[in-house]
Design a protein around this ligand. Structure first.
Ligand code: F6P
Length: 365
């Protein structure tokens, strides 16, 4: 008898999720195993009657045959389905409740022997807690932010950087035509990898990261010195999690139940400060969820496919509580506990940041 395994996608979606699902299904079906696609992260295990348009369903090779190039996830995802603080209604009130025992029970009722959890740091933390309760889980690191440790790359990041770089290229054209200062806000809550990589790739002049709180003076100086050299236009890349020295991140208000606090307004806030100081036209573009969608780049298709196949091998080897990871050029496995023990942040003293500085990128220090 072949195994019965589940696969689910958690947290914010990103390009390459379908490539991983396809890799898992192909590798598992080749072994004669059955694969249950669990809908909307753990929501499909909290309530077996729960039905979203995605729906828990047994996946065949035909189901995944043509999904490699598609963004999003055929299983649906959610960043509000943490079973340890699941939002339920009690006495007419929305409250966070621990429903993890129910998830464990439903996992057993479905006859599953292992679960592939594809997600970022939040999903890996949940996976670790479910592992501690006895669920055999293998993790796959996903996130456009690239903030998960122990892997050279998470899939999704490469595509997001390409999207941001394409946007910067276009904004350079119009900035130059109109002598404008263009602020481009990219995603990156605690880690500024998208901002840093796209700033280098797009030849930006200023780059603001969550890891390096900024001051206005060096930014103003950089723009003015360009102006004096005959370049009255500049591109400033701002990570959504960037904050001024002695200031806070810009948010859209208090955290909703079961969710993370929403970041909003980092570039807008900076534009309002810069405009009167520069006397140039300052405009803002927020890329937002554009970075999460679209067809994955070849890098993310290959990485996602390799991660999916390797995750099935880890199940075969019984390496539960482990996450697949890229240690170039190999796909290895690392304990999930190690991956979530610290975030993968940009080191301001790294070679990469030094190279960016040498290429004229100002970090507002
Ligand atoms: O973690 C990835 C991410 O894209 C963050 O950069 C961003 O802050 C967050 O997801 C946005 O999530 P949501 O779509 O739920 O607002």
């Amino acid at each position: 008898m072949g195994k019965r395994i589940g696969v689910m996608t958690g947290g914010g979606d990103c390009p390459g999720l379908n490539a991983v699902i396809r890799g898992v299904v192909f590798a598992a079906r080749a072994r004669g195993w059955e694969v249950l696609g669990v809908e909307d992260a753990t929501s499909g295990l909290v309530d077996l009657e729960y039905r979203s348009p995605h729906g828990n369903r047994w996946l065949t090779c035909d189901d995944v045959e043509r999904i490699l190039t598609r963004g999003g996830t055929i299983l649906g995802s959610s960043n509000k389905s943490d079973p340890f603080k699941f939002v339920t209604i009690r006495d007419g009130e929305r409250v966070e409740t621990d429903v993890s025992d129910r998830v464990m029970e439903n996992f057993r009722r479905l006859g599953l022997e292992a679960l592939v959890s594809i997600g970022g740091d939040g999903s890996m933390r949940i996976a670790q807690r479910l592992c501690d309760k006895g669920m055999p889980i293998v993790g796959v690191p996903k996130t456009i932010d690239q903030d998960l440790a122990c892997t050279d790359y998470t899939f999704g990041h490469h595509t997001a950087v390409q999207t941001a770089t394409d946007a910067i290229d276009k904004l350079q054209d119009t900035a130059e035509s109109h002598d404008r200062v263009m602020l481009v806000e990219v995603m990156g809550r605690d880690a500024g990898w998208i901002a840093l990589h796209s700033a280098i790739a797009g030849g930006a002049h200023v780059c603001l990261l969550p890891e390096i709180p900024y001051r206005l003076e060096p930014i103003v100086r950089r723009v003015q010195e360009r102006q004096a050299r005959g370049y009255p236009f500049s591109i400033i890349v701002v990570a959504e999690g960037a904050r001024p020295v002695a200031g806070e991140q810009s948010t859209a208000g208090p955290r909703e139940l079961g969710a993370m606090v929403k970041l909003q307004g980092a570039a807008q806030r900076l534009a309002a400060e810069l405009q009167p100081r520069l006397g140039l036209d300052v405009r803002t573009t927020v890329l937002g969820h554009l970075q999460r969608g679209g067809s994955p780049t070849q890098f993310d298709r290959i990485l996602g496919s390799r991660f999916g196949v390797r995750a099935v091998e880890l199940i075969e080897e019984g390496r539960f509580g482990h996450m697949v990871a890229l240690k170039t050029p190999e796909i290895v496995s690392v304990p999930i506990a190690d991956a979530v023990s610290r975030p993968n942040l940009v080191d301001p003293e790294s070679q990469l940041v030094k190279a960016a500085r040498a290429c004229g990128v100002e970090f507002g220090e």
